[in-house]
Design a binder for this molecule. Structure first.
Ligand SMILES: NC(=O)c1ccc[n+]([C@@H]2O[C@H](COP(=O)([O-])OP(=O)(O)OC[C@H]3O[C@@H](n4cnc5c(N)ncnc54)[C@H](OP(=O)(O)O)[C@@H]3O)[C@@H](O)[C@H]2O)c1
Length: 309
């Protein structure tokens, strides 16, 4: 009796030992996750790659820039691509996959710019350019990386939108259109990318900064209206924009929010995430759906499309 108990006890110890050894080996051989952040040459993107690169054991960080010499950041590999150019995006993706050789675990679609002004006077080329950078490029990047995420059962997509993805401020006509478009695509993906198999842990979230103190205005185009009735409104807009960007949130805080979303394991994060409590309260007060719950299909995507006939 005593001998039997000893044997069972020993085999339990052996089993537990093997499990621990397996976990230790797995941990030691775990490679850092591949992270790709677009628009990493300055502003929110730059702060995000710097922050993630501090944890090089956990993240292998890649960023994109468009022009000029790439900023040299410890533990960050920079890739040049003009995200307004579909052909350049396609060449970049092929080169990136060849060079990196492992699937992207985290994609942060951050690069963006704005063409402000009343729609009626905007140059059609500027309209198309902004939609290409802010909307088409993120769609193409997600299209490219999602299949590998699904194959490896893991992925986190963060699309940097704006509070102008929930409201349409005057003169942000096309900027809001680009961000609303990004929000729509993200809502659709939120509803199903992580639900295609029980094991797949794939997520898609929107980060919605308000005014953030970056050089964003330098990359913007401002189209002042010539119509008298709009000039007063334009004056107000310029003041609010300049004041807002000069006194905005620290981009490092937005980067911290992005990192927190990447590292969240609750599986409970909503689609929409603002970057400070003031914005959350302000837009809740305006009746906005600050979590994005109303945008997303019911929990079970299969239920959503169930046909009864
Ligand atoms: N700042 C704000 O108040 C604010 C508020 C809400 C949302 N956002 C959003 O936050 C994101 C980051 O903005 P930010 O404030 O950090 O602006 P930023 O400092 O101007 O940085 C923008 C980044 O996007 C890149 N980019 C712009 N056009 C590009 C193109 N055609 N191809 C490739 N890259 C391009 C820039 O690269 P280059 O330097 O090489 O041009 C730069 O790295 C944007 O999506 C923006 O819409 C910003």
């Amino acid at each position: 009796m005593h001998g039997n108990f000893g044997r069972i006890w020993n085999s339990w110890l052996l089993w537990i030992g093997c499990c621990l050894l397996f976990l230790v080996i797995q941990e030691a051989s775990a490679q850092p996750k591949i992270v790709l952040v677009t628009g990493a040459s300055k502003g929110i993107g730059l702060e995000t790659v710097k922050l993630l690169a501090e944890d090089s054991a956990r993240y292998e960080v890649h960023g994109t820039f468009r022009q000029g010499p790439p900023p040299a950041i410890n533990n960050v590999t920079m890739h040049q691509v003009d995200l307004s150019d579909e052909k350049a995006i396609s060449e970049f993706l092929t080169q990136f996959d060849n060079d990196v050789g492992r699937p992207v675990s985290v994609l942060v679609n951050n690069a963006g710019m704005a063409v402000y002004g009343p729609l009626e006077i905007l140059d059609p080329n500027d309209i198309a350019y902004q939609i290409r950078v802010n909307l088409i490029a993120p769609l193409l990047l997600m299209r490219h990386f999602i299949p590998a995420m699904r194959e490896h059962l893991e992925g986190c997509i963060i699309n940097v939108s704006s509070v102008a993805g929930m409201v349409g401020p005057p003169f942000m006509d096309v900027y809001a259109a680009s961000k609303f478009g990004l929000e729509g695509a993200s809502a659709a993906l939120y509803g199903y990318v992580g639900k295609l198999s029980d094991q797949a842990k794939i997520r898609c979230h929107l980060i919605q900064p308000g005014f953030t103190k970056t050089g964003f205005k330098d990359g913007c185009k401002l189209n002042k209206p010539a119509v008298d009735s709009l000039i007063t409104l334009w004056g107000g807009f310029e003041k609010v924009l300049t004041r807002g960007l000069d006194n905005g949130q620290d981009p490092r805080d937005v980067a911290l929010k992005i990192k927190a979303v990447i590292e969240d394991e609750s599986g409970e994060l909503p689609l929409r995430i603002q970057t400070n409590e003031t914005d959350t309260q302000t837009y809740r007060g305006r009746g906005c759906d600050i979590t994005g719950k109303s945008l997303v299909a019911p929990k079970d995507p299969y239920q959503y499309y169930r046909c009864n006939d």
